[in-house]
Design a protein around this ligand. Structure first.
Ligand code: GLU
Length: 309
C-alpha cells in the first residue's frame, strides 16, 4: 500500500524530531528571539490540490524575519516590474548577509533582494510615496490574504528591538541613500523593514502564503493571479540561488528546491507544480539557517522525490 502525504510527513517529522530536536543555536541578538524554546519544531505541507499535512508545532506563530523578503519582493516586482533590477541585482553575494564592503564596490546597488541591503531597497520600492504605517499595512494585508488568515500581525517588542539594535541596517540604508538608491527617508524605510521582519506567522500559514509560487503565480486554491508566471519563476530562481545566506549553494545541492530562511528559524520552500512546505525549528546552524529545518527538508524532499533538477 502506498503511503499518504500525511503519513510521510508524520514519519519524517517524527524521525528528525526524535533524533535532532533542539539542535543548533537560537538567535540571541534580541531578547524576544533569545527566549524562544529551542525544542519547538513545526512542519506543514500544502499541495496545489489543497491537501495538507502537518507535524508538531505547525500551529504556533514564530518570527518571520527574512522570509518576509519573499513577499516584499513579490510586491515590488508587481509595482516596478523590470525597473526593479536597476536598483538591485540578482546574483548570489558570497558575502555575509549584512556586508557593506560589496555595496561600496558596486556603488550602492545590492547584489540581490535577499541580503539585507537588497531587502531594504525592495522595501523602499514597496513604500513608494506612502507612510511607513500604510506600507506596513499593505505588506501585512498581502501576507494575510495569501495565507488566508486575518490574525497575522507584528510583534511590537521584536520590531522595537530590531530598531534599537539595527545599527548595521542603518549603515547600509544610509550608505545606499548616499548613492541615491533609496528614495524615502532612511527612518521610514527601516521602520517598515523592521516591522515586516517582526510579523508572526505559523508554518501552516506560511506554506499557504507561498503556494502561489508553486503554481506559476496563481493561488491554486482560489484561482487568483498573484503575479505573472515570469515573476513567479524569477522569485523562485532568486530563492534557489540566494535564499539561504552563504549556504544557498548547499541548500540547492541538498534539497534542490527554492527556499528562503530567516533567523527566527523558519524556512519556506516551494515545490514547483506540487505545493509549498514551511518548517520551523529555532536553532540555527553556523550560517544562520535552521539546522533541524534544513535537515527535515532534505529528508522530506528525498523521500518524496521532490527536486527541480
Ligand atoms: N531582522 C533581521 C535583520 O535585518 C533579519 C535577519 C534575517 O532573518 O536574516 O537583521
Amino acid at each position: 500500500m502506498t503511503e499518504t502525504l500525511a503519513q510521510i510527513v508524520a514519519a519524517v517529522g517524527k524521525d528528525v524530531a526524535d533524533a535532532h530536536r533542539g539542535a543548533g543555536k537560537v538567535a540571541d541578538y534580541i531578547p524576544a528571539l533569545a527566549r524562544v524554546d529551542p525544542n519547538r519544531f513545526g512542519l506543514a505541507v500544502i499541495t496545489c490540490e489543497g491537501e495538507t499535512a502537518e507535524f508538531g508545532d505547525s500551529w504556533m506563530p514564530f518570527s518571520i524575519q527574512s522570509i518576509s523578503k519573499v513577499f516584499t519582493l513579490t510586491m515590488a516586482l508587481e509595482r516596478l516590474g523590470e525597473d526593479l533590477w536597476v536598483r538591485v541585482g540578482r546574483e548570489p553575494s558570497g558575502s555575509r548577509f549584512n556586508s557593506i564592503v560589496q555595496l561600496e564596490a558596486e556603488k550602492g546597488v545590492p547584489r540581490n533582494p535577499f541580503i539585507n541591503a537588497g531587502a531594504i531597497v525592495v522595501t523602499d520600492a514597496v513604500l513608494a510615496c506612502r507612510t511607513p504605517e500604510d506600507a506596513l499595512a499593505d505588506i501585512r494585508d498581502t501576507i494575510r490574504r495569501l495565507a488566508d488568515n486575518d490574525t497575522i500581525d507584528v510583534d511590537k517588542e521584536v520590531a522595537a528591538s530590531e530598531a534599537a539594535t539595527g545599527f548595521r541596517n542603518y549603515s547600509l540604508a544610509n550608505f545606499m541613500r548616499g548613492f541615491d538608491n533609496l528614495k524615502a527617508p532612511v527612518e521610514d524605510v527601516l521602520q517598515t523593514y523592521f516591522h515586516q521582519c517582526s510579523l508572526r506567522i505559523t508554518c501552516r500559514q506560511l506554506a499557504r502564503a507561498g503556494l502561489f509560487l508553486a503554481n506559476e503565480g496563481v493561488d491554486p486554491l482560489n484561482a487568483t493571479r498573484i503575479v505573472s508566471p515570469e515573476h513567479a519563476r524569477r522569485i523562485n530562481a532568486i530563492m534557489m540561488t540566494c535564499g539561504h545566506y552563504d549556504a544557498s549553494g548547499e541548500f540547492a545541492f541538498q534539497v534542490g528546491l527554492p527556499g528562503k530562511s530567516g533567523v527566527g528559524g523558519g524556512i519556506l520552500t516551494v515545490v514547483p507544480g506540487v505545493g509549498a512546505v514551511a518548517v520551523w525549528s529555532p536553532g540555527l546552524n553556523d550560517v544562520g539557517n535552521s539546522q533541524v529545518g534544513t535537515l527535515v527538508l532534505e529528508r522530506l524532499a528525498s523521500r518524496m522525490g521532490w527536486s527541480v533538477f
